[in-house]
Design a protein around this ligand. Structure first.
Ligand SMILES: [Zn+2]
Ligand SMILES: [Zn+2]
Length: 887
């Protein structure tokens, strides 16, 4: 039999078992029409690089669910994938090109895309490797990339269908423009930051020469795009002004003063400039009022020819110049500091410009109703429940979704323009000619789709839609969508809309939202703060199981996890505890091999010994509780309870007592040791897959043949509670025995009894007396108490001896001082402590009587002194009691 190493070495063990699981094909489910499958589609990580701890948490939680359902015997599919991450990936490759002194325009579209693919193939391998190191039991034979042929066909099909239904349109709308990335962004790709800027009060001269209208703005350069000044129709201050005209300084454009009820009379002066091409509210006003749009920016945020003398200037330089010119002309009324929220590009942090632009949009209103209904009717459950309200709220206020991006990397928009008849051809396949006039002179739209468009189809596109594949029929709708609460809108809401639209069915039954991983102080992890912990580094240092333990134990859905080294250390300590206790069990089995039927008999006929009955009862309760928690998605709590049972009951008590029995030559604990270890390993396997497999295999080798059937713990059945094993009587007695041992140990520690010294103890109990007496050998050895007597309370007699008396719930423990401590020395020690304590009390009282101190010192300091006094007094009382017991 191969000897088990003294210490757990995660590295080798992890590689060995992952390879074995892959070779056995355990990750690939068998379609069984008689069974309901369990399905998770992995949220595809961006191909842009290394996984962070958030991915570590995602992968662990999904693997926990997957392994648990697989062990419950359900056909289980966890489908992995990677996202092409349009803008993020393009930015990364552009930065690489910039370092080489070139850019994508020099390269041209085709060569640039080749470069991206080259980079993507390396990055994908790294992501797959990292997932495998995390122990992810996903079906790699079904792995998908968002730009694979299948998902590409799905994207084009979805686009064409929406277009044919009039739910995709091309139009001019205000979009968020990133001047660095030079693309439109959706609202969700914009980060709003509070910025301290200024509010500039600009005077526009009236065309009739009769004074000015003053407007306030944070972006004075946009006056170049103004096409009206507006006031609220209810605002009495501007009676007589409406219908007049004003002249824009420097450029001389004449624009009208109009009324519109959207104007907020409390902002600035109450008269506002209207810049329809660069402000979403102004754009809506312009649509109502039929105002012209004047776009003043080039794509790189320099001023275009509409800016007249300012053309060519950068937007910020232009702002300076405009202010200087207004000031020179006496048209700058004042400048006030003003803090407001400004949008920044989520990818490159450049300040975005709202801009009117021709883009493709999804008309979402018709898709929303079904998506809200699915959640309202409970066909989709969101966990934790509080996010349901957030989801519905967001859906009710959703705006049309801008899906075109001026990028090269991504799903190209399947629209072709005809230069002959100006009509569009919208098609899933590359058309050879215009579908309207047959001309060959057609050009594909240069833009690509928002990455989230393909992500929105992920649950059905990965399973083969639009083809009616076996996978789609069997695995769709999926069971759980597990993801961070931060992308509920980005992604989850859109999957629900598109899933329902494309397939007529919900994409998943449950949405499980996990929290974010933060550092141990609760700060967000970021490269800038330097507090990032990479999952692979953590695995190298602590092992995969320790990392998985650290990110999940004690956590609950939707709540953030604070992860520091101490949690990783706790994970590693637990792995070592498992290892060492298993080594003890293995050693015992090797010393006395167990007979063939011992394990089977154990479950059939219940053992008689109290501690055996107790641990089996506790194990049964644990299995019940874990099952309930797992069904409630409380994985962190389930794991905590398994940990506490294993460490606090099995190792600390059962194994210690078993050692006593084994040393006396009884072999009764062997089957129980093997059974409890084996069951706990199975309970724990979804959380800590590697060490549990290693130990389970080790146990299997040391048990009689066919004691443990399957070839791997990961396909062994998940434990179910043996209800017949629940034994309240055994639990009551053992609780009492544990309490007795604990309090004798505490008394020894408190009175500094050397660990090797035996002390006398007498235990008095009522109805538990004889039951406790069965454990006297264990109590003797574990509490180092000899001679030990267990007696009925009625046998208690006043002996007149000096002793320490401990009153417990079900028993009383009497420890005679003689033999335990040197009474004279102990008395001296206590007297010394009492007088030192009295001196300290006197000093503190003196200080607190000093009115100068009490009135001048900070309240907190005085309070602290009062606290000290109180604890000194408490201690004095205890010392006096101890002395009294001694006398
Ligand atoms: Zn950007
Ligand atoms: Zn045509």
């Amino acid at each position: 039999m191969p000897e088990i190493p003294k210490a757990y070495e995660p590295g080798e063990v992890e590689q060995k078992w992952y390879r074995f699981w892959m070779e056995q094909g355990y990750f690939t489910p068998k379609i069984d029409q008689k069974k309901q499958p369990f399905v998770i589609i992995m949220p595809p990580p961006n191909v842009t690089g290394e996984l962070h701890l958030g991915h570590g948490l995602t992968a662990t939680v999904e693997d926990v669910m997957t392994r648990w359902h697989r062990m419950k015997g359900e056909p289980t599919l966890w489908l992995p994938g990677v996202d092409h991450a349009g803008i993020a990936t393009q930015v990364v490759v552009e930065q690489k090109l910039a370092k080489e002194g070139t850019d994508r325009h020099v390269l041209g579209r085709e060569k640039f895309i080749d470069r991206v693919w080259e980079w993507v193939s390396q990055s994908r391998q790294a992501i797959t490797y990292q997932h495998q190191r995390l122990g992810a039991s996903c079906d790699w034979t079904r792995e998908r990339f968002t730009l694979d042929d299948g998902p590409v066909l799905a994207v084009r099909t979805a686009f064409v269908r929406l277009y044919d239904k009039g739910l995709i349109y091309h139009g001019e709308r205000i979009i968020n423009w990133c001047p660095r990335c030079q693309t439109a962004l959706s609202d969700l790709e914009v980060q709003h930051k509070d910025v301290t800027g200024n509010l500039y009060y600009l005077r526009y001269p009236l065309a009739d020469g009769d004074g000015f209208v003053t407007v306030a703005t944070t972006r004075p350069e946009t006056y170049l795009g103004d096409t009206a000044v507006a006031v609220n129709p209810e605002d009495g201050r501007f009676k007589g002004l409406t219908g007049k005209k004003v002249i824009l300084p420097v450029i001389g454009r004449v624009i009208p003063v109009i009324t519109d009820s959207a104007v907020d009379p409390t902002f600035g002066t109450g008269a506002v400039k209207i810049t329809p091409a660069h402000d979403p509210v102004d754009f809506e006003i312009s649509e109502r009022q039929g105002l012209a749009l004047v776009n003043i920016l080039n794509p790189d945020a320099t001023m275009n020819e509409e800016a007249g003398p300012y053309a060519g200037l950068d937007r910020f330089a232009c702002r300076e110049k405009v202010i200087a010119d207004f000031e020179k002309a006496g048209l700058l009324e004042k400048i006030e500091p003003h803090s407001h929220s400004v949008g920044h590009c989520d990818r490159c942090q450049t300040m975005i410009e709202p801009e009117a632009s021709q883009q493709w949009f999804v008309r979402v209103a018709p898709l929303v109703a079904a998506a809200i209904k699915a959640v309202d009717e409970g066909r989709i459950t969101i966990i934790p429940e509080r996010f349901t309200r957030v989801y519905v709220n967001w859906m009710e206020n959703i705006r049309d979704w801008c899906i075109s991006r001026q990028l090269w990397w991504g799903h190209r928009i399947p629209v072709w323009y005809c230069s002959k008849c100006d009509e569009l051809t919208v098609s899933t396949d590359q058309p050879l000619a215009c579908s309207h006039c047959g001309s060959n002179d057609i050009q594909q739209d240069p833009d690509v789709l928002d990455t989230w468009f393909s992500s929105a189809l992920w649950p059905h596109s990965t399973l083969g839609w639009p083809e009616d594949t076996d996978d789609l029929k069997y695995f769709y709708p999926t069971s759980v969508m597990e993801t961070g609460y931060d992308i509920l809108f980005f992604w989850v809401a859109r999957m629900i809309m598109m899933g329902l639209e494309d397939t007529g069915d919900i994409p998943f039954r449950t949405v499980y939202l996990h929290g974010l991983v933060r550092d141990e102080r609760g700060d967000k992890m970021s490269k800038m703060r330097g507090n990032v912990l990479s999952p692979t580094d953590a695995i190298d240092e602590y092992g995969t199981d320790a990392l998985r333990f650290a990110v999940t134990t004690g956590t609950s859905p939707g709540n953030d996890v604070n992860l520091g080294r101490h949690r990783l250390e706790a994970g590693r300590n637990f792995a070592n505890k498992l290892w060492n206790s298993a080594r003890f069990v293995f050693g015992s089995l090797e010393a006395t091999p167990m007979e063939g039927q011992a394990l089977a008999r154990l479950t059939a006929e219940h053992p008689e010994a109290l501690e055996d009955r107790w641990i089996l009862s506790r194990l049964s309760r644990l299995a019940t509780s874990v099952d309930r928690l797992m069904c409630d998605y409380q994985f962190g709590e389930a794991e905590r309870q398994i940990h506490d049972f294993f460490w606090g009951e099995f190792c600390d008590w059962y194994i210690e007592m078993a050692k006593v029995r084994l040393s006396q030559g009884t072999l009764l604990p062997l089957p129980v040791l093997a059974h409890v270890l084996e069951t706990t390993l199975r309970l724990l396997h979804p959380f800590m897959p590697f060490i549990t497999e290693e130990l389970w295999q080790g146990l299997k080798q040391r048990l009689p043949e066919r004691s443990l059937e399957p070839d791997s713990i990961m396909i062994a059945p998940y434990p179910v509670a043996d209800e017949k094993a629940v034994d309240p009587e055994a639990e009551r007695v053992m609780d009492s025995v544990i309490e007795i041992i604990r309090c004798i140990r505490n008394a020894r520690a408190e009175h500094k009894v050397p660990p090797t010294r035996w002390i006398e103890a007498r235990i008095y109990a009522d109805d538990l007396c004889s039951a406790i007496a069965t454990q006297s050998v264990a109590i003797e050895i574990l509490a180092k108490a000899r001679p030990l007597a267990v007696l009925g309370r009625n046998q208690r007699e006043a002996k007149g001896e000096k002793a320490l008396v401990l009153v417990l719930k079900e028993a009383e423990v009497v420890l005679p001082w003689a033999g335990m401590v040197d009474v004279a020395a102990e008395r001296q020690r206590l007297e010394r402590e009492i007088s030192a304590n009295k001196a300290e009390i006197a000093r503190l009282e003196e200080r607190l009587k000093d009115s100068a101190f009490v009135s001048k010192a900070p309240a907190a300091v005085v309070e602290k002194e009062r606290g000290k006094l109180q604890s000194c007094k408490d201690k004095l009382m205890r010392l006096k009691q101890e002395l009294a017991q001694l006398n």
